[in-house]
Design a protein around this ligand. Structure first.
Ligand SMILES: *Cc1c(COP(=O)(O)O)cnc(C)c1O
Length: 473
């Protein structure tokens, strides 16, 4: 029998989780008006809101924190960090930033002008916002399978290369300042991009003289999927795979809050000296001098250590296996999820699970509320609350194409028993799914309304809501 894939670490320092009762959680959820962003983290038992900056650092990283060199210019920690990035990613010019979006802002402000078009497999929301804020158009070009939750495909994060050729032909290469590939494709369900697809996109970019950039946030997880699913790479080390992947690109942006295994940090890297010099002028203006970029020396040191640890085979094997384990548990119960599970998260098709609720009754947000009530689990809606909007003239609400709920798994934080508990909570919820009541939005502040919107249950006080609370009148 195959054995359990155990966590490849022992626990040296623990952070208590405060247990709560269902009655307490009802009070907290009502105060938060059914919005998980308005909950206090200490009132949450298992926090699956995001995998960004929520990972646990290793003993080695904490030791790095003590070794941080806090010199304003030319700190030793910067040189160690920059050398690590050159080794793993192969780019010569490395600019540290406080997180991924700062790297994005500097890159797009330097490269794009109004009227330009930036194709990506799928833009992450901050990436899209920065492309649009300089007046350019952010275009998502995933393969058709990437848009279908139930479709099985080993590399659902791939870019549609025919669509890429078509858009370059339509607008002309001069109006495409760069092409981006997000690995793994976060907004597309954490799905990987194959090396074959990176090569094909690279070839199209070369043919037209367009630079290719990688949004590298989850590059290590993507490299593990390449090793597992692309026969040519079976048995190759994640580091070798990463080296080849980035060799096809001209540069990358990185949020080290993901596969850098740190709580804060990021960078922008590339091989073009003139471009790097223009970018560093912006960096100095808004982030900090080129050898710290808005971070403390200790952060650079922890990032240098974390970037290496993220490529460890035992770590990656456990990481991807534990996400797949949760996906399998939910599938066994009958919960419809985006297939196959991604690297960092499992996405539930709340529209299908709560088929009795219309998109304007916010099935995803209702499920998020029930998960918290039932088990103290915090998740996030990725559907009409996040991507819909109310037309200011007609008052009509535009709905999202899919009503998803994301369970993002922080790195090295929870054990298998925590994940089993999540499965058990879903079992109970799934059994009474038809009695889960929809929500009404009471208040919103566009844009990015999902962070602060307030809700209440439809049918407040009706037998339906009592059923949903699991209480007898
Ligand atoms: C998190 C993320 C970003 C932005 O990084 P921040 O550190 O949150 O600013 C960009 N792209 C992707 C794919 C991400 O997941």
């Amino acid at each position: 029998m195959p054995r359990s894939i155990i966590e490849p670490f022992r626990i040296k320092s623990v952070e208590p989780i405060r247990m709560t009762t269902r009655e307490e959680r009802e009070g907290y959820l009502n105060e938060a008006a059914f919005n998980p962003f308005l909950l206090r983290a200490e009132d949450v038992l298992i926090d699956l809101l995001t995998d960004s900056g929520t990972g646990a650092m290793s003993a080695d990283q904490w030791a790095s924190i003590m070794r941080g060199d806090e010199s304003y210019a030319g700190a030793r920690s910067f040189y160690r960090f920059a050398e690590t990035v050159r080794e793993i990613f192969g780019f010569q010019h490395v600019l540290p930033t406080h997180q991924g979006r700062a790297a994005e802002r500097i890159l797009f402000t330097t490269l794009c002008k109004p009227g330009d078009v930036v194709p990506n497999n799928t833009h992450f929301d901050t990436t899209r916002a920065h492309v649009e804020s300089v007046g350019a158009r952010a275009l998502d070009l995933p393969i058709p399978e990437g848009r279908l939750p139930a479709a099985q495909h080993p590399f659902k994060g791939n870019m549609d290369t025919d669509a890429l050729r078509a858009i370059i032909a339509e607008v002309g290469a001069a109006r495409v300042p760069l092409v981006m590939l997000t690995v793994t494709n976060n907004s597309g369900g954490g799905q990987p991009v194959s090396m074959a697809n990176v090569r094909a996109v690279h070839a199209i970019c070369r043919e037209h003289g367009i630079p290719l950039y990688i949004d590298a946030c989850r590059y290590a997880e993507n490299c593990w999927f390449i090793r597992e699913r692309e026969p040519e790479f079976a048995g190759r080390s994640p580091r070798e795979i990463a080296r080849e992947l980035f060799s096809y690109a001209d540069g990358c942006t990185m949020s080290a809050k993901k596969d850098g295994l740190v709580n804060i940090g990021g960078f922008l890297a590339g091989n073009d000296a003139a471009l790097a010099s223009a970018e560093s002028r912006l960096l100095i203006l808004t982030e900090g001098f080129t050898t710290y970029g808005g971070l403390a020396g200790r952060d650079l040191e922890a990032m240098a250590t974390g970037l290496g640890e993220a490529l460890d085979e035992d770590y990656l094997n456990y990481r991807i296996a534990s996400t797949a384990y949760l996906g399998r548990r939910l599938t066994e119960i009958g919960v419809p999820i985006v297939q196959p599970p991604g690297g960092h998260a499992v996405y539930i098709d709340a529209g299908a699970m709560l088929a009795h609720l219309a998109p304007r009754e916010y099935p995803g947000q209702a499920l998020v509320g029930e998960l918290y009530l039932e088990g103290g689990i915090r998740a996030v809606e990725i559907g009409t609350v996040m991507f819909g909007s109310t037309d200011p003239l007609s008052g009509e609400e535009r709905t999202a194409p899919l009503e998803l709920v994301r369970l993002a798994i922080p790195r090295r934080v929870y054990t298998q028993s925590h994940i089993d508990y999540v499965g058990e909570v879903f079992e109970d919820l799934y059994r009474r799914r038809e009695r889960i009541v929809g929500l009404k939005m009471l208040w919103q502040a566009p844009p990015l309304r999902h962070f602060t919107a307030r809700f209440e249950r439809l049918h407040q006080g009706s037998p339906l809501s009592e059923g949903a609370l699991g209480r007898k009148p």
